[in-house]
Design a protein around this ligand. Structure first.
Ligand SMILES: NC(=O)c1ccc[n+]([C@@H]2O[C@H](COP(=O)([O-])OP(=O)(O)OC[C@H]3O[C@@H](n4cnc5c(N)ncnc54)[C@H](O)[C@@H]3O)[C@@H](O)[C@H]2O)c1
Ligand SMILES: O[C@H]1[C@H](O)[C@@H](O)[C@H](O)[C@@H](O)[C@H]1O
Length: 336
């Protein structure tokens, strides 16, 4: 069976995902696209040589009889309405992070999915498909580190645009770590604090950068994450898990080592497209295979919700400077 896919939002990642589904993955075909910027949608169809219809809006695309599954890759604030639309139409939906920009929005999605009676939503937390993080998860689950005690992490981007403001360090950037550590440690958060070091002169007025987010999990693991989105030198994701019996460090992306001109060096990647290219392949292949098999797995709406709850508290902690409690509601049996 070929899964016929409609893409809502043909910006940077929408085009990337459409390209990989068309040129690299198997079992999926892009048959429909839409974007508020119609010219952009048409340009992507042309660039990728798609045989896809360009729809006027997302809801019309969702309703189209020949669309089996939907990819939501539009701006974050629009995700909730399209995911709800897909659930109402009984169609599987892959939604880029964030699932919704608030925990309340995610809750609406959970309620709708439970009402629909089967899992339809996969959230684009691609780090769960990254081979380095998977090795770390295997080591932790296999007891190689003993109990995990601490995590030291960093999420660095070379630069961000003017529209990127302080809370986005949480909703847009830290949201990846908020999901990753719940999954990696099989744990949930119970408190958060955010502190601000001296600001870099490379950050514009509306963003406090860098930030250090400190989280405590229910099992007592302490996590510190440096979020530094104008670090200039590259796209750099670091993670050390410190356990009772040793430390596991996230592998660096594979690259050639040079001995040249008096220096020993490796390339540092510059963006998320390169850094998580293989992880995106694996996550989208899993989605396509899941739709074909009638069984959506991977990061769920509950995971999107849990990350959003922690994210909302981190934003509160950015404002208060205090240690803020994170309260997770009980996970419904529907989400295993
Ligand atoms: N997983 C990752 O690492 C990763 C990486 C990049 C982006 N993202 C997420 O993907 C989403 C898109 O990011 P991007 O970098 O591609 O942004 P982008 O601005 O390049 O593209 C977003 C597109 O959505 C379109 N759009 C906005 N509102 C719309 C609507 N109501 N209906 C249809 N189209 C609409 C815009 O015109 C634009 O073309 C964001 O939620 C972002 O957080 C995830
Ligand atoms: O949308 C992007 C994307 O999610 C990247 O993975 C992250 O590093 C950026 O901070 C964010 O702006």
């Amino acid at each position: 069976m070929t899964v016929r896919i409609g893409v809502i939002g043909t910006g940077m990642i929408g085009e990337e995902h459409a390209r990989r589904i068309t040129q690299q993955l198997t079992g999926g075909e892009i048959v429909a696209v839409t974007d508020v910027n119609q010219e952009q949608a048409r340009a992507v169809v042309d660039r990728l040589g798609l045989e896809a219809k360009v729809y006027e809006d997302g809801q019309a695309l969702i309703q189209a009889a020949d669309v089996d599954a939907v990819l939501v890759t539009s701006w974050g604030p629009t995700h909730e309405e399209y995911v709800l639309g897909a659930i109402a139409a009984g169609k599987a939906v892959f939604c880029e992070k964030p699932l919704a920009t608030t925990a309340e929005g995610c809750r609406h999605i959970i309620d709708a999915e439970i009402e629909a009676g089967r899992r339809l939503v996969q959230v684009g937390f691609m780090r769960r498909y990254d081979s380095g993080y998977r090795m770390m998860k295997d080591a932790i689950d296999g007891g190689q580190l003993g109990e995990a005690l601490m995590v030291h992490a960093a999420h660095r981007n070379p630069e961000v645009p003017e529209r990127y403001v302080t809370p986005m360090a949480i909703h847009d950037t830290l949201i990846h770590e908020l999901d990753t550590f719940r999954w990696l440690l099989d744990d949930d958060y119970q408190s958060a604090q955010v502190v601000f070091p001296r600001k870099t002169r490379h950050a514009h007025d509306q963003v406090a950068d860098p930030q250090i987010v400190m989280l405590e999990t229910v099992k007592g693991v302490r996590i510190d994450v440096e979020v530094f989105v104008n670090c200039r030198y590259g796209y750099d994701i670091q993670c050390d898990v410190v356990g009772e019996e040793g430390i596991a460090r996230l592998p660096e992306p594979q690259s050639l080592q040079f001995r040249q001109a008096g220096r020993l060096s490796n390339e540092i990647l510059q963006d998320w497209k390169q850094r998580f290219s293989e992880a995106f392949d694996v996550e989208l292949q899993a989605f396509i295979d899941g739709v074909a098999a009638g069984r959506i797995e991977g990061p769920s709406s509950w995971d999107g919700y849990a990350a959003a709850i922690a994210g909302d508290v981190c934003v509160k902690a950015q404002e208060s400077g205090a240690i803020e409690a994170i309260e997770m509601p009980e996970r419904p049996a529907f989400y295993g």
